[in-house]
Write a protein that binds this ligand. Structure first.
Ligand SMILES: [Zn+2]
Length: 491
Protein backbone atom coordinates (compact mmCIF):
# COMPACT_ATOMS: atom_id res chain seq x y z
CA UNK A 1 0.00 0.00 0.00
CA UNK A 2 1.31 3.42 -0.93
CA UNK A 3 1.15 6.12 1.70
CA UNK A 4 1.85 9.82 1.54
CA UNK A 5 3.34 11.95 4.32
CA UNK A 6 -0.08 13.66 4.65
CA UNK A 7 -1.83 10.39 5.38
CA UNK A 8 0.54 8.08 7.18
CA UNK A 9 -0.72 4.74 8.44
CA UNK A 10 -1.42 5.29 12.15
CA UNK A 11 1.22 3.47 14.12
CA UNK A 12 -0.15 1.01 16.61
CA UNK A 13 -0.28 2.91 19.88
CA UNK A 14 -0.22 1.16 23.23
CA UNK A 15 -2.46 3.93 24.62
CA UNK A 16 -6.11 4.68 24.13
CA UNK A 17 -7.56 8.19 24.35
CA UNK A 18 -10.46 8.98 26.69
CA UNK A 19 -12.40 12.06 25.67
CA UNK A 20 -15.35 13.86 27.23
CA UNK A 21 -16.92 16.99 25.77
CA UNK A 22 -18.67 19.93 27.41
CA UNK A 23 -20.77 21.88 24.97
CA UNK A 24 -22.34 25.25 25.75
CA UNK A 25 -25.33 26.20 23.65
CA UNK A 26 -26.99 29.62 23.73
CA UNK A 27 -30.76 29.42 23.72
CA UNK A 28 -32.67 31.52 21.20
CA UNK A 29 -34.90 33.32 23.68
CA UNK A 30 -35.75 36.94 22.97
CA UNK A 31 -34.70 38.02 26.45
CA UNK A 32 -32.05 36.98 28.96
CA UNK A 33 -32.41 34.18 31.48
CA UNK A 34 -32.97 36.29 34.61
CA UNK A 35 -33.97 39.74 33.30
CA UNK A 36 -35.87 41.34 30.42
CA UNK A 37 -32.80 42.57 28.48
CA UNK A 38 -32.56 41.70 24.79
CA UNK A 39 -30.31 38.83 23.71
CA UNK A 40 -29.79 40.38 20.24
CA UNK A 41 -26.26 39.65 18.98
CA UNK A 42 -24.17 42.50 17.57
CA UNK A 43 -25.78 45.47 19.34
CA UNK A 44 -23.41 48.27 20.48
CA UNK A 45 -21.43 47.18 23.57
CA UNK A 46 -23.15 47.47 26.95
CA UNK A 47 -26.55 48.47 25.57
CA UNK A 48 -28.44 45.24 26.39
CA UNK A 49 -27.93 45.61 30.12
CA UNK A 50 -29.82 46.34 33.36
CA UNK A 51 -29.06 46.19 37.10
CA UNK A 52 -29.68 42.40 37.15
CA UNK A 53 -27.21 41.40 34.43
CA UNK A 54 -24.74 44.12 35.45
CA UNK A 55 -24.59 42.53 38.89
CA UNK A 56 -25.58 45.73 40.71
CA UNK A 57 -26.66 45.24 44.31
CA UNK A 58 -30.37 44.89 45.08
CA UNK A 59 -32.34 43.52 42.12
CA UNK A 60 -33.46 39.90 42.07
CA UNK A 61 -33.28 37.42 39.20
CA UNK A 62 -36.54 36.18 37.65
CA UNK A 63 -36.34 32.95 35.66
CA UNK A 64 -37.32 33.09 31.97
CA UNK A 65 -40.02 30.47 31.31
CA UNK A 66 -39.13 30.19 27.61
CA UNK A 67 -35.51 29.41 28.50
CA UNK A 68 -36.68 26.51 30.67
CA UNK A 69 -38.89 25.17 27.88
CA UNK A 70 -36.06 25.36 25.35
CA UNK A 71 -33.66 23.65 27.75
CA UNK A 72 -36.16 20.85 28.45
CA UNK A 73 -36.86 20.41 24.74
CA UNK A 74 -33.14 20.10 23.95
CA UNK A 75 -32.61 17.67 26.83
CA UNK A 76 -35.51 15.51 25.63
CA UNK A 77 -34.09 15.47 22.10
CA UNK A 78 -30.82 14.23 23.64
CA UNK A 79 -32.70 11.34 25.27
CA UNK A 80 -32.25 12.71 28.80
CA UNK A 81 -34.44 12.09 31.81
CA UNK A 82 -35.87 15.42 33.00
CA UNK A 83 -35.58 15.91 36.75
CA UNK A 84 -38.86 17.17 38.18
CA UNK A 85 -36.97 19.36 40.62
CA UNK A 86 -33.66 21.04 39.87
CA UNK A 87 -31.72 23.64 41.79
CA UNK A 88 -29.86 26.73 40.65
CA UNK A 89 -26.50 27.20 42.31
CA UNK A 90 -23.89 29.91 42.56
CA UNK A 91 -20.56 29.09 40.99
CA UNK A 92 -18.14 31.53 42.54
CA UNK A 93 -15.14 32.81 40.68
CA UNK A 94 -13.63 36.13 39.80
CA UNK A 95 -13.29 37.26 36.25
CA UNK A 96 -13.63 40.79 34.83
CA UNK A 97 -16.51 39.78 32.55
CA UNK A 98 -18.47 38.36 35.49
CA UNK A 99 -19.53 41.43 37.49
CA UNK A 100 -21.47 39.53 40.19
CA UNK A 101 -18.43 37.47 41.12
CA UNK A 102 -20.49 34.33 40.58
CA UNK A 103 -22.34 32.63 37.78
CA UNK A 104 -25.82 31.24 38.32
CA UNK A 105 -25.61 27.65 37.14
CA UNK A 106 -26.83 24.25 38.29
CA UNK A 107 -24.65 21.85 40.22
CA UNK A 108 -25.68 18.69 42.03
CA UNK A 109 -29.36 18.88 40.97
CA UNK A 110 -29.25 19.59 37.23
CA UNK A 111 -32.25 19.93 34.92
CA UNK A 112 -31.69 16.65 33.10
CA UNK A 113 -29.47 13.54 33.19
CA UNK A 114 -28.75 10.13 31.63
CA UNK A 115 -29.08 10.93 27.93
CA UNK A 116 -27.16 9.75 24.90
CA UNK A 117 -26.34 10.41 21.26
CA UNK A 118 -25.73 7.64 18.75
CA UNK A 119 -22.84 8.16 16.37
CA UNK A 120 -21.87 6.10 13.34
CA UNK A 121 -19.03 3.72 14.21
CA UNK A 122 -17.31 0.81 12.50
CA UNK A 123 -20.04 -1.60 11.45
CA UNK A 124 -22.92 0.20 13.15
CA UNK A 125 -23.46 2.82 15.79
CA UNK A 126 -21.89 3.70 19.12
CA UNK A 127 -23.79 5.26 21.98
CA UNK A 128 -22.11 8.23 23.67
CA UNK A 129 -23.62 8.90 27.07
CA UNK A 130 -24.72 12.35 28.15
CA UNK A 131 -24.16 12.81 31.86
CA UNK A 132 -26.24 15.92 32.26
CA UNK A 133 -27.84 18.96 30.68
CA UNK A 134 -28.04 21.95 32.97
CA UNK A 135 -29.07 25.57 32.63
CA UNK A 136 -26.87 28.56 33.37
CA UNK A 137 -26.28 32.18 32.46
CA UNK A 138 -23.57 33.31 30.08
CA UNK A 139 -20.82 35.70 31.16
CA UNK A 140 -19.89 38.95 29.40
CA UNK A 141 -17.08 39.22 26.91
CA UNK A 142 -13.56 40.60 27.33
CA UNK A 143 -12.39 42.42 24.20
CA UNK A 144 -8.64 42.21 23.94
CA UNK A 145 -8.23 43.34 20.33
CA UNK A 146 -9.77 45.50 17.67
CA UNK A 147 -10.36 48.72 19.61
CA UNK A 148 -8.34 51.94 19.28
CA UNK A 149 -6.75 51.55 22.71
CA UNK A 150 -6.52 47.75 22.69
CA UNK A 151 -2.76 47.89 23.13
CA UNK A 152 -3.31 49.46 26.55
CA UNK A 153 -6.62 48.16 27.81
CA UNK A 154 -8.94 45.22 27.74
CA UNK A 155 -12.58 46.32 27.35
CA UNK A 156 -15.66 44.58 28.70
CA UNK A 157 -18.96 44.12 26.83
CA UNK A 158 -21.73 42.87 29.11
CA UNK A 159 -24.41 42.43 26.43
CA UNK A 160 -23.86 38.66 26.65
CA UNK A 161 -24.01 38.62 30.46
CA UNK A 162 -27.16 36.68 31.37
CA UNK A 163 -27.89 35.15 27.98
CA UNK A 164 -29.37 31.68 28.66
CA UNK A 165 -27.16 28.67 28.09
CA UNK A 166 -27.43 24.97 28.41
CA UNK A 167 -24.32 22.98 29.12
CA UNK A 168 -24.32 19.46 27.69
CA UNK A 169 -21.76 17.23 29.40
CA UNK A 170 -20.87 13.93 27.79
CA UNK A 171 -19.61 10.79 29.50
CA UNK A 172 -15.95 10.03 28.77
CA UNK A 173 -17.17 7.55 26.15
CA UNK A 174 -15.43 9.13 23.17
CA UNK A 175 -12.29 7.27 22.10
CA UNK A 176 -10.90 9.25 19.17
CA UNK A 177 -10.84 12.73 17.64
CA UNK A 178 -13.02 11.38 14.81
CA UNK A 179 -15.64 10.19 17.27
CA UNK A 180 -15.54 13.61 18.94
CA UNK A 181 -16.20 15.21 15.56
CA UNK A 182 -19.11 12.83 14.89
CA UNK A 183 -20.60 13.46 18.32
CA UNK A 184 -20.46 17.22 17.87
CA UNK A 185 -21.93 17.01 14.37
CA UNK A 186 -24.87 14.89 15.61
CA UNK A 187 -25.36 17.09 18.64
CA UNK A 188 -25.49 20.27 16.56
CA UNK A 189 -27.86 18.65 14.09
CA UNK A 190 -30.23 17.56 16.87
CA UNK A 191 -30.19 20.99 18.54
CA UNK A 192 -30.83 22.69 15.19
CA UNK A 193 -33.83 20.42 14.60
CA UNK A 194 -35.30 21.46 17.94
CA UNK A 195 -34.73 25.11 16.91
CA UNK A 196 -33.77 26.14 20.45
CA UNK A 197 -30.45 27.56 19.21
CA UNK A 198 -28.90 28.68 15.94
CA UNK A 199 -25.63 26.91 16.99
CA UNK A 200 -23.65 29.63 15.24
CA UNK A 201 -20.04 28.99 16.25
CA UNK A 202 -18.71 32.27 14.85
CA UNK A 203 -21.10 34.21 17.10
CA UNK A 204 -20.35 31.91 20.02
CA UNK A 205 -23.81 30.34 20.27
CA UNK A 206 -22.13 26.93 20.38
CA UNK A 207 -18.85 26.51 22.23
CA UNK A 208 -16.97 23.39 23.11
CA UNK A 209 -14.45 22.38 25.75
CA UNK A 210 -12.78 18.99 25.55
CA UNK A 211 -11.36 16.86 28.35
CA UNK A 212 -8.76 14.46 27.10
CA UNK A 213 -6.49 11.88 28.68
CA UNK A 214 -4.82 8.68 27.56
CA UNK A 215 -4.30 5.34 29.32
CA UNK A 216 -2.52 2.12 28.42
CA UNK A 217 -4.93 -0.11 26.49
CA UNK A 218 -6.64 -2.46 28.93
CA UNK A 219 -6.20 -0.21 31.97
CA UNK A 220 -9.46 0.78 33.70
CA UNK A 221 -8.15 3.79 35.61
CA UNK A 222 -8.21 7.10 33.71
CA UNK A 223 -5.02 8.99 33.02
CA UNK A 224 -4.58 12.62 34.08
CA UNK A 225 -6.66 14.85 31.85
CA UNK A 226 -6.10 18.18 30.20
CA UNK A 227 -8.96 20.48 29.28
CA UNK A 228 -8.84 22.27 25.95
CA UNK A 229 -11.02 25.35 26.07
CA UNK A 230 -13.15 27.35 23.66
CA UNK A 231 -12.09 25.95 20.33
CA UNK A 232 -14.25 27.61 17.71
CA UNK A 233 -14.78 24.97 15.03
CA UNK A 234 -15.33 21.21 14.98
CA UNK A 235 -12.34 20.85 12.68
CA UNK A 236 -10.09 22.64 15.18
CA UNK A 237 -11.43 20.49 18.01
CA UNK A 238 -10.40 17.40 16.09
CA UNK A 239 -6.97 18.92 15.45
CA UNK A 240 -6.56 20.07 19.07
CA UNK A 241 -7.43 16.57 20.30
CA UNK A 242 -4.99 14.96 17.88
CA UNK A 243 -2.30 17.33 19.11
CA UNK A 244 -3.08 16.67 22.78
CA UNK A 245 -3.14 12.89 22.39
CA UNK A 246 0.27 12.96 20.68
CA UNK A 247 1.59 15.32 23.37
CA UNK A 248 0.40 13.08 26.21
CA UNK A 249 2.00 10.05 24.58
CA UNK A 250 5.26 11.84 24.16
CA UNK A 251 5.30 13.02 27.79
CA UNK A 252 4.47 9.55 29.14
CA UNK A 253 6.88 7.75 26.82
CA UNK A 254 9.74 10.00 27.89
CA UNK A 255 8.99 9.20 31.54
CA UNK A 256 7.21 12.45 32.39
CA UNK A 257 3.84 13.06 34.05
CA UNK A 258 0.81 14.96 32.74
CA UNK A 259 -0.36 17.88 34.84
CA UNK A 260 -4.07 18.53 35.16
CA UNK A 261 -4.52 21.89 33.49
CA UNK A 262 -6.56 24.02 31.13
CA UNK A 263 -5.01 24.56 27.73
CA UNK A 264 -5.78 26.85 24.81
CA UNK A 265 -5.58 25.77 21.18
CA UNK A 266 -3.83 28.07 18.74
CA UNK A 267 -5.35 27.21 15.36
CA UNK A 268 -2.74 29.03 13.26
CA UNK A 269 0.10 27.15 14.97
CA UNK A 270 -1.86 23.91 15.31
CA UNK A 271 -0.81 23.41 18.94
CA UNK A 272 -2.09 23.91 22.48
CA UNK A 273 -0.61 26.00 25.29
CA UNK A 274 -0.97 25.57 29.06
CA UNK A 275 -3.16 28.36 30.47
CA UNK A 276 -3.77 27.60 34.13
CA UNK A 277 -4.01 24.65 36.44
CA UNK A 278 -7.50 23.20 36.24
CA UNK A 279 -9.94 24.21 38.96
CA UNK A 280 -11.50 21.49 41.06
CA UNK A 281 -15.24 21.73 41.73
CA UNK A 282 -14.56 22.74 45.36
CA UNK A 283 -12.64 25.79 44.15
CA UNK A 284 -15.97 27.27 43.02
CA UNK A 285 -17.66 26.97 46.44
CA UNK A 286 -20.97 26.02 44.86
CA UNK A 287 -24.04 26.66 47.02
CA UNK A 288 -27.78 26.84 46.23
CA UNK A 289 -28.81 30.21 44.79
CA UNK A 290 -30.80 31.87 47.61
CA UNK A 291 -32.59 34.28 45.24
CA UNK A 292 -34.27 31.56 43.16
CA UNK A 293 -36.80 28.87 44.06
CA UNK A 294 -36.15 25.29 43.01
CA UNK A 295 -37.15 24.80 39.37
CA UNK A 296 -40.09 22.40 39.15
CA UNK A 297 -40.96 20.87 35.79
CA UNK A 298 -43.97 18.72 36.61
CA UNK A 299 -45.45 16.00 34.44
CA UNK A 300 -48.09 18.23 32.87
CA UNK A 301 -45.49 20.79 31.78
CA UNK A 302 -43.15 18.05 30.59
CA UNK A 303 -45.90 16.59 28.42
CA UNK A 304 -46.72 20.00 27.01
CA UNK A 305 -43.08 20.52 26.02
CA UNK A 306 -42.71 16.97 24.69
CA UNK A 307 -45.59 17.65 22.31
CA UNK A 308 -43.40 20.29 20.60
CA UNK A 309 -40.59 17.80 19.96
CA UNK A 310 -40.10 17.54 16.18
CA UNK A 311 -39.15 14.41 14.30
CA UNK A 312 -35.42 14.15 14.96
CA UNK A 313 -32.76 13.59 12.27
CA UNK A 314 -32.15 9.89 12.95
CA UNK A 315 -35.85 9.03 12.88
CA UNK A 316 -36.35 11.16 9.79
CA UNK A 317 -33.54 9.38 7.93
CA UNK A 318 -35.04 5.98 8.71
CA UNK A 319 -38.47 7.10 7.55
CA UNK A 320 -37.20 8.66 4.30
CA UNK A 321 -35.40 5.43 3.42
CA UNK A 322 -38.56 3.40 4.01
CA UNK A 323 -41.03 5.83 2.53
CA UNK A 324 -39.20 6.93 -0.61
CA UNK A 325 -36.91 3.98 -1.27
CA UNK A 326 -33.76 6.10 -1.19
CA UNK A 327 -30.40 4.93 0.15
CA UNK A 328 -29.14 5.72 3.62
CA UNK A 329 -26.41 7.89 2.08
CA UNK A 330 -29.05 9.91 0.20
CA UNK A 331 -31.08 10.27 3.36
CA UNK A 332 -28.03 11.48 5.28
CA UNK A 333 -27.39 14.27 2.76
CA UNK A 334 -31.02 15.24 2.47
CA UNK A 335 -31.54 15.58 6.23
CA UNK A 336 -28.53 17.78 6.85
CA UNK A 337 -30.90 20.60 7.68
CA UNK A 338 -34.54 20.44 8.52
CA UNK A 339 -35.45 22.89 5.76
CA UNK A 340 -33.70 20.76 3.18
CA UNK A 341 -35.48 17.63 4.39
CA UNK A 342 -38.85 19.39 4.28
CA UNK A 343 -38.23 20.66 0.76
CA UNK A 344 -37.11 17.25 -0.40
CA UNK A 345 -40.22 15.61 0.98
CA UNK A 346 -42.43 18.15 -0.69
CA UNK A 347 -40.73 17.51 -4.04
CA UNK A 348 -40.53 13.74 -3.66
CA UNK A 349 -44.16 13.37 -2.77
CA UNK A 350 -45.11 15.46 -5.82
CA UNK A 351 -42.82 13.62 -8.28
CA UNK A 352 -43.57 10.37 -10.09
CA UNK A 353 -40.32 8.75 -8.91
CA UNK A 354 -39.01 9.95 -5.52
CA UNK A 355 -35.75 8.03 -5.96
CA UNK A 356 -34.99 10.06 -9.07
CA UNK A 357 -35.58 13.27 -7.12
CA UNK A 358 -33.10 12.11 -4.49
CA UNK A 359 -30.56 11.27 -7.21
CA UNK A 360 -30.94 14.61 -8.93
CA UNK A 361 -30.50 16.49 -5.66
CA UNK A 362 -27.36 14.53 -4.91
CA UNK A 363 -25.85 14.36 -8.39
CA UNK A 364 -26.93 17.61 -10.01
CA UNK A 365 -28.03 20.11 -7.39
CA UNK A 366 -25.67 19.79 -4.40
CA UNK A 367 -22.51 19.78 -6.52
CA UNK A 368 -23.51 22.95 -8.37
CA UNK A 369 -24.44 24.65 -5.10
CA UNK A 370 -21.09 23.73 -3.61
CA UNK A 371 -19.23 25.10 -6.65
CA UNK A 372 -20.99 28.43 -6.20
CA UNK A 373 -20.74 28.31 -2.37
CA UNK A 374 -24.51 28.53 -2.06
CA UNK A 375 -26.73 27.10 0.63
CA UNK A 376 -29.73 25.03 -0.39
CA UNK A 377 -31.94 27.98 0.58
CA UNK A 378 -30.20 30.10 -2.07
CA UNK A 379 -30.54 27.56 -4.85
CA UNK A 380 -31.90 28.98 -8.12
CA UNK A 381 -33.56 25.60 -8.68
CA UNK A 382 -36.27 24.97 -6.13
CA UNK A 383 -37.22 21.48 -4.99
CA UNK A 384 -40.35 21.96 -7.07
CA UNK A 385 -38.04 22.54 -10.03
CA UNK A 386 -36.13 19.36 -9.21
CA UNK A 387 -39.40 17.41 -9.06
CA UNK A 388 -40.49 18.89 -12.40
CA UNK A 389 -37.17 17.98 -14.03
CA UNK A 390 -37.32 14.46 -12.59
CA UNK A 391 -40.73 13.93 -14.15
CA UNK A 392 -39.46 15.12 -17.56
CA UNK A 393 -36.63 12.59 -17.52
CA UNK A 394 -38.96 9.92 -16.18
CA UNK A 395 -41.39 10.38 -19.06
CA UNK A 396 -38.55 10.48 -21.59
CA UNK A 397 -39.33 14.06 -22.64
CA UNK A 398 -35.71 15.10 -22.07
CA UNK A 399 -32.47 13.14 -21.86
CA UNK A 400 -30.02 13.15 -18.99
CA UNK A 401 -27.67 15.30 -21.04
CA UNK A 402 -30.40 17.87 -21.71
CA UNK A 403 -31.22 17.95 -18.03
CA UNK A 404 -27.59 18.70 -17.17
CA UNK A 405 -27.50 21.53 -19.72
CA UNK A 406 -30.71 23.00 -18.36
CA UNK A 407 -29.37 22.84 -14.79
CA UNK A 408 -26.26 24.68 -15.96
CA UNK A 409 -28.39 27.36 -17.61
CA UNK A 410 -30.58 27.71 -14.52
CA UNK A 411 -27.49 28.35 -12.40
CA UNK A 412 -26.01 30.74 -14.98
CA UNK A 413 -29.20 32.79 -15.19
CA UNK A 414 -30.29 32.32 -11.59
CA UNK A 415 -33.68 31.08 -12.74
CA UNK A 416 -35.72 28.11 -11.64
CA UNK A 417 -35.74 24.94 -13.75
CA UNK A 418 -39.25 25.27 -15.11
CA UNK A 419 -38.67 28.83 -16.39
CA UNK A 420 -35.48 27.78 -18.17
CA UNK A 421 -37.13 24.70 -19.64
CA UNK A 422 -40.04 26.67 -21.03
CA UNK A 423 -37.74 29.23 -22.64
CA UNK A 424 -35.38 26.68 -24.13
CA UNK A 425 -37.95 24.05 -25.15
CA UNK A 426 -35.19 21.54 -25.86
CA UNK A 427 -36.28 19.14 -28.55
CA UNK A 428 -35.42 15.51 -28.56
CA UNK A 429 -34.69 13.61 -31.70
CA UNK A 430 -37.57 11.13 -31.89
CA UNK A 431 -37.32 10.62 -35.62
CA UNK A 432 -36.69 6.88 -35.95
CA UNK A 433 -34.98 7.26 -39.33
CA UNK A 434 -32.51 9.84 -38.03
CA UNK A 435 -31.61 7.71 -35.02
CA UNK A 436 -31.20 4.57 -37.14
CA UNK A 437 -28.80 6.48 -39.35
CA UNK A 438 -26.69 7.43 -36.34
CA UNK A 439 -26.72 3.82 -35.11
CA UNK A 440 -25.52 2.53 -38.48
CA UNK A 441 -22.67 5.04 -38.47
CA UNK A 442 -21.62 4.14 -34.96
CA UNK A 443 -21.68 0.39 -35.65
CA UNK A 444 -19.67 0.89 -38.85
CA UNK A 445 -17.08 2.94 -36.97
CA UNK A 446 -16.65 0.34 -34.21
CA UNK A 447 -16.39 -3.09 -35.87
CA UNK A 448 -14.35 -4.60 -33.05
CA UNK A 449 -16.98 -3.84 -30.39
CA UNK A 450 -19.66 -5.07 -32.75
CA UNK A 451 -17.89 -8.42 -33.05
CA UNK A 452 -17.53 -8.64 -29.27
CA UNK A 453 -21.25 -8.09 -28.94
CA UNK A 454 -22.02 -10.74 -31.50
CA UNK A 455 -19.66 -13.11 -29.70
CA UNK A 456 -21.94 -12.83 -26.66
CA UNK A 457 -20.51 -9.89 -24.70
CA UNK A 458 -23.89 -8.16 -24.27
CA UNK A 459 -22.51 -5.46 -21.94
CA UNK A 460 -20.93 -3.77 -24.99
CA UNK A 461 -24.45 -2.50 -25.75
CA UNK A 462 -23.87 0.20 -23.15
CA UNK A 463 -20.86 1.41 -25.11
CA UNK A 464 -22.97 1.73 -28.26
CA UNK A 465 -25.74 3.63 -26.43
CA UNK A 466 -23.12 6.09 -25.19
CA UNK A 467 -21.65 6.56 -28.69
CA UNK A 468 -25.03 7.13 -30.29
CA UNK A 469 -26.05 9.63 -27.61
CA UNK A 470 -22.75 11.42 -28.11
CA UNK A 471 -23.21 11.49 -31.88
CA UNK A 472 -26.66 13.05 -31.36
CA UNK A 473 -25.16 15.66 -29.01
CA UNK A 474 -27.34 14.23 -26.25
CA UNK A 475 -30.52 14.99 -28.10
CA UNK A 476 -31.64 11.53 -29.16
CA UNK A 477 -34.46 10.06 -27.12
CA UNK A 478 -32.63 7.51 -24.92
CA UNK A 479 -35.51 5.03 -24.79
CA UNK A 480 -35.75 5.04 -28.55
CA UNK A 481 -31.98 4.67 -28.94
CA UNK A 482 -32.04 1.63 -26.66
CA UNK A 483 -34.89 0.02 -28.51
CA UNK A 484 -33.52 0.60 -32.03
CA UNK A 485 -29.96 -0.26 -31.09
CA UNK A 486 -30.94 -3.63 -29.60
CA UNK A 487 -32.80 -4.44 -32.81
CA UNK A 488 -29.81 -3.55 -35.00
CA UNK A 489 -27.23 -5.31 -32.84
CA UNK A 490 -29.28 -8.49 -32.67
CA UNK A 491 -30.34 -8.38 -36.33
ZN1 LIG B 1 -30.50 42.69 32.16
Amino acid sequence: MVTTPEAPVAKQSKYEPVIGLEVHVQLLTRTKIFCGCSTQFGNPPNTNVCPVCLGLPGPLPVLNRQAVEFAVLAAMALNCRINERSIFARKNYFYPDLPKGYQISQYDKPLAEHGYIEIPAAGGTKRIGITRVHMEEDAGKSLHDGLADSSQWTSIDLNRSGVPLIEIVSEPDISSPDEAWEYLTRLKEIILYTAVSDCNMEEGSLRCDANVSIRPIGQKKFGTKAEVKNVNSFRFIRQALEYEIARHEQVLESGGTITQETRLYNASEGRTYGMRSKEQAHDYRYFPEPDLLPLVVDEAWRKQIAAQLPELPEAKRKRLVEQYGITEADAATLTRTQSMADQFEEAASAAKNPKRVANLVQAELLGRLKLKSLEIEQSPISMKGVAFSADLVESGAISGKMLKDLYDLAFERNEDFQAVYEKEQPQQITDTGAIEKLIDEVIAANPKQFEQYRAGKKTVAGFFVGQVMKASKGQANPALVNELLTKKLDA
